[in-house]
Design a protein around this ligand. Structure first.
Ligand SMILES: *Cc1c(COP(=O)(O)O)cnc(C)c1O
Length: 379
């Protein structure tokens, strides 16, 4: 089976981890700060805060912005559940906006319609690795006057650019994931980037139980005293994970290029298959291709998404579907009374989309195998 995504671990990654395992610091140690600094530099942000997952990164962003009961946060319907869950963790209300049909990115006009006096933030999701329309989103956020923060769920988009600005340097806060299927991995892990020192400081406290100083800082000062100033969590990323992250980060540019070249091979092949439509790529972006998503829109009733999905899996192609629109999940229907019809574009897209295998370790022959299988089941 060719999976839809897969990590790439080299001998130097293993060496980097082993070195830390032999050192004094297993969890918060010198590698955490080194990884944060390297990451901030990579994406052109002033600050980066490492946490234990992409979900923790989103949660920390909501905490830093002070999201709480009564606050509304607008998120696109077409995303992973964690984008909405982070709002609920803080007692806020996620409000679902629809997406653009050709890119499945949040539709800025639809998002604007859903703004109320309670709206505190918009979380844009760079779906599949393509940056959202940040020009339009920033205009909307500033036009509202009441200080709507712009958060980027950039879990798909490490290495992407919007009008030459790297993702991670655009929104007020940007959240990344280092799950094995993402661009770089630390097993589990995440990062938030920002240019705002206060927000960064709040998140550093949040990831460590709400305590002002960490164990290492106290040790170096020869002090036992600490104060808990906020309710936080244990969302720390370990030192050996950060060593792995630093080692992986060195290969990011090469991996993004490989992802783009695989996407180019798919694009070329699917020009000849009418019923297989790749998502559109906008002119002013550099797409990081976490996912390669196509819409299946055949007239043939035997070529519906479920059938194609099953046939491709039977041929050893590890296709997937990203995502079930979040407002259709039972939890959201029950807790927030969301219903089908609220985001018709996302709902229709959900019936037609399929994600094809895409990861830097794929060789051209793997890509050809996938293309041949798609041709076989759709023609
Ligand atoms: C992967 C992902 C997350 C969550 O990241 P984890 O590291 O798995 O917690 C959140 N949002 C999106 C869009 C993702 O793809």
């Amino acid at each position: 089976m060719i999976p839809y995504g897969r990590q790439w671990i080299d001998e130097d990654d293993i060496q980097a981890v082993v070195e830390v395992l032999r050192s004094d610091w297993l969890t918060t140690g010198p590698c955490v700060e080194s990884f944060e600094n390297a990451f901030a530099e990579q994406v052109g942000a002033n600050y980066a805060v490492a946490v234990s997952s992409g979900t923790a990164a989103l949660h920390a962003a909501m905490f830093a912005l002070g999201i709480g009961p009564g606050d509304e946060v607008i998120i696109p319907a077409m995303t992973f559940a964690a984008t909405a869950n982070c709002v609920v963790f803080q007692g806020g209300t996620p409000v679902f906006a629809d997406v653009e049909p050709d890119t499945l990115l949040i539709d800025p006009r639809d998002a604007e319609k859903r703004i109320t006096s309670k709206t505190k933030a918009v979380i844009a999701v760079d779906y599949a690795g393509q940056p959202c329309d940040y020009g339009a989103l920033k205009t909307i956020a500033s036009r509202s006057g009441s200080g709507i923060a712009l958060v980027d769920d950039a879990c798909h988009a490490l290495g992407a650019k919007y009008r030459n600005a790297p993702v991670g340097s655009i929104a007020d806060l940007s959240a990344f994931s280092f799950h094995p299927v993402k661009h770089i991995t630390t097993g589990e892990g995440g990062m938030i980037t920002t240019d705002d020192e206060d927000l960064a400081q709040r998140m550093r406290i949040f990831r460590n139980h709400g305590i002002m100083t960490d164990h290492r800082q106290r040790e170096s000062r020869g002090s036992w005293f600490y104060e808990m100033v906020d309710l936080g969590y244990n969302y720390r990323l370990t030192d050996f994970q950060c060593a792995l992250g630093m080692s992986q980060l060195k290969k990011l540019s090469e991996w993004v290029r490989r992802r783009q070249s695989i996407a180019g091979l798919y694009d070329e092949a699917f020009k000849e298959i009418q019923s297989v439509q790749p998502l559109q790529v906008k002119k002013d972006v550099l797409h990081a291709y976490h996912l390669y998503v196509v819409r299946l829109n055949s007239e043939n009733p035997h070529h519906d998404r479920s059938t194609i999905f099953r046939k491709l899996r039977n041929l050893g192609i590890g296709v997937n579907v990203h995502y079930v629109p979040v407002h259709l999940h039972p939890f959201y229907r029950k807790r927030f009374h969301t219903v089908p019809g609220m985001c018709p574009v996302a709902e229709k897209a959900y019936e037609q989309i399929i994600s094809l295998p895409l990861f830097p370790g794929m060789i051209d022959a793997d890509v050809a195998t996938v293309i041949e299988a798609v041709r076989k089941v759709t023609i």
